[in-house]
Design a binder for this molecule. Structure first.
Ligand code: ZN
Length: 310
């Protein structure tokens, strides 16, 4: 069991770098060395929360967050033995320290405008292929306004494809409409790999739905009654737990959250996924609930948006 209060070199370090130090039941609160909240006009309390039971931190002033190792290195802590000891508690190496890569994200309306422009330009250049593109989307999603979902047409190996952009302006994944070898999807490297179109505002959402593919996700969003007021994410693979850890570390270290894993029907190890997810969530925040679902019929919910709880 991880217990920061028993690691004296860390406690001494925290007291040395911050004039403000307070312990609550679950956290240690100090001044934040990322935003210098100690230099505020009335700096009578800190905003940096370090969990006592898991090696993570979060600043409620500047939103810096990440692993305790990152924090210690950034604040000049040099005891390699302690850092090595800590590393055993950091389970998912895919987690990045998000404050480092926080980029300026355009507003959702600007992203939507870019997508609309891509659609118009494509339509002017190649009307016939553009019709194929919109017909394909109509056949999969029904009559919807595709710019709402940040989808645009593009050519990939000269084959017509749908490009999915997320609401943080990453061009994440494309689905080929015209066949090319046996490629159906192409995931762009150097992106989070996660597609979502809703405004990222987790004051508003406390339920999240995770699916494998973009069409499974959109079909549930559009046609399922099960998931109202949810934030929908397509993982474009099976990285359920790294998405879960990202959500918790970035947005839900304290607040309550319900995460719904919607598996494809060919996933046989869903018990293992759910078991690991529950352990992972508990490690960070007791207020995170995990639920598992699978399609009633078909391979995935892209075919039919009905689900049953596992
Ligand atoms: Zn801060």
């Amino acid at each position: 069991m991880f217990d920061i209060t028993k690691i004296h070199p860390i406690i001494n370090h925290l007291k040395a770098i911050s004039n403000y130090y307070k312990e609550t039941n679950n956290e240690i609160i100090t001044f934040c060395n990322y935003c210098d909240d100690s230099t505020r006009h009335k700096a009578d309390h800190g905003h940096l929360y370090i969990s006592k039971s898991s090696p993570v931190f979060h600043c409620f002033r500047c939103s810096a967050s990440g692993t305790l190792i990152r924090f210690l290195i950034d604040s000049g802590f040099e005891d390699q033995e302690v850092l090595t000891y800590l590393s055993q508690f950091i389970k998912y190496r895919t987690v990045k320290d998000y404050y480092k890569i926080k980029k300026t994200v355009p507003r959702i309306n600007q992203i939507k405008e870019r997508v609309i422009k891509l659609n118009l330009e494509f339509e002017q250049k190649d009307f016939i292929k553009y019709n194929m593109f919109t017909n394909y989307l109509k056949s999969r999603l029904g009559n919807v306004n595709i710019s709402d979902f940040l989808i645009s047409p593009m050519f990939f190996y000269e084959k017509l494809s749908c490009l999915f952009t997320n609401s943080e302006n990453e061009d994440v994944v494309l689905r080929l409409i015209e066949p090319y070898k046996d490629i159906r999807y192409h995931l762009f490297q150097e992106t989070s790999g996660r597609y979502y179109f809703q405004d990222v505002d987790f004051d508003k959402y406390h339920r999240v739905v995770l699916t494998e593919g973009p069409f499974d996700m959109l079909s549930l969003y559009l046609y399922s009654d099960e998931f109202k007021d949810c934030f929908f994410i397509s993982l474009n693979g099976k990285k359920y737990n790294s998405a879960l850890e990202w959500l918790i570390l970035e947005y839900f270290l304290i607040d309550h959250l319900e995460v719904n894993f919607v598996f494809d029907n060919d996933v046989t190890k869903y018990r293992t996924y759910l078991f690991r997810a529950k352990a992972l969530a508990k490690n960070y925040n007791e207020n995170v609930i995990i639920r598992g679902w699978k399609p009633i019929i078909g391979k995935d919910t892209g075919d039919f948006p009905g689900v049953v709880e596992l």
